[in-house]
Write a protein that binds this ligand. Structure first.
Ligand code: A3P
Length: 290
């Protein structure tokens, strides 16, 4: 079926993605100023990209003309697996941001040679798999039951999975090279959004000035990129993601609930025990917890 996954270098991919990954690994030359926004799918990518884009472009656009109001953030920032391989890739020299779902070990080598900065976001695996399950429904193919989705997820069989391996690789690098890797959790960002927006701006090399703080610029960016605001934009209600591509989905597929703890409405006790055990086994000895 369309959900057939292929294992490559320890991670699972759709066949179409895999071709692009080969191409990327062979041909992508990172610039030292590139900043990669890396994430497993459904971890909060749309939000992190929006925030990063809003931070980087805050002096380029006034509050009404920002491209974020006219296109979902995935289209404001090039995505390596799709845009680079399709040849429609070009860098915005002022922006420097690039998105990817690739695991660390699959990133093109030049990313490390050029010492590129990386911002990573991850999320409680229970909420992530719930998000993934609902996202799958947006595609024109039959889906697995939620129970089966969780089982497969625990076996590592999810696109760009095993999820825990994806997280641990980036987490380890963030411990070794904190100046290169900023490691974020969706739950922390939800709880302390403003704090992380400021941290993110610093890491991206565009810290807020005192004057900007006084003017409430970080708050404006927070509000601009909130789930409520973005999900209610016309473009995100009715727009099509990658219009004209083989599989079109609505931009609204990227906005569902935007909450922490929705897993409680989906998991049975047995399923919860299974995923928690998997998490415990996978993270054992790593020093990392969700
Ligand atoms: P839910 O399905 O739990 O609602 P990704 O962007 O990596 O595909 O992740 C999608 C998840 O992020 C979805 O989670 C979605 O609702 C949530 N999300 C999208 N935009 C958001 C925002 N601005 N703030 C918080 N969460 C957001």
């Amino acid at each position: 079926s369309e959900w057939n996954l292929h294992l490559y270098q320890g991670f699972w991919y759709f066949s179409t993605t895999l071709e692009n990954v080969f191409y990327l690994q062979e041909n992508f030359n990172a610039d030292p100023t590139d900043i990669l926004i890396c994430s497993p799918p459904k971890s909060g990518t749309t939000w992190l990209k929006s925030l990063s884009f809003a931070i980087m472009t805050r002096n380029r656009f006034d509050e009404s003309s920002n491209p974020l109001f006219k296109a979902v953030s995935h289209e404001c920032i090039p995505h390596l697996e799709s845009d680079f391989a399709s040849g429609s890739f070009s860098r915005d020299q002022e922006l420097k941001l690039l998105g990817t779902h690739l695991p660390l070990n699959a990133l093109p080598k030049s990313v490390f040679i050029e010492n590129c900065k990386i911002v990573y976001i991850c999320r409680d695996p229970k909420d992530l798999v719930v998000s993934m399950f609902h996202f799958a429904k947006k595609f024109p193919w039959p889906i697995f039951s939620f129970e089966r989705t969780v089982e497969r997820f625990c076996e590592g069989r999810s696109y760009y999975g095993p999820y825990w391996d994806h997280v641990l690789e980036y987490w380890k690098m963030s411990q070794e090279k904190p100046e290169n890797v900023m490691f974020l959790k969706y739950e922390d960002m939800k709880e302390n959004t403003l704090f992380y927006i400021k941290k993110l701006a610093e890491f991206l090399g565009e810290p807020f000035s005192q004057e900007e703080e006084m003017e409430g610029v970080p708050e404006k960016i927070m509000n601009m990129c909130s789930f409520e605001n973005l999900s209610n934009l016309e473009v995100n209600k009715t727009g099509i993601h990658r219009e004209g591509s083989a599989v079109e989905i609505g931009n609204n597929a990227f906005f569902r609930k935007g909450e922490v703890g929705d897993w409680k409405n989906h998991f049975t006790q047995k399923m919860k025990e299974k995923i928690d055990q998997t998490t415990q086994d996978k993270l054992h000895g790593s020093g990392f917890t969700f």
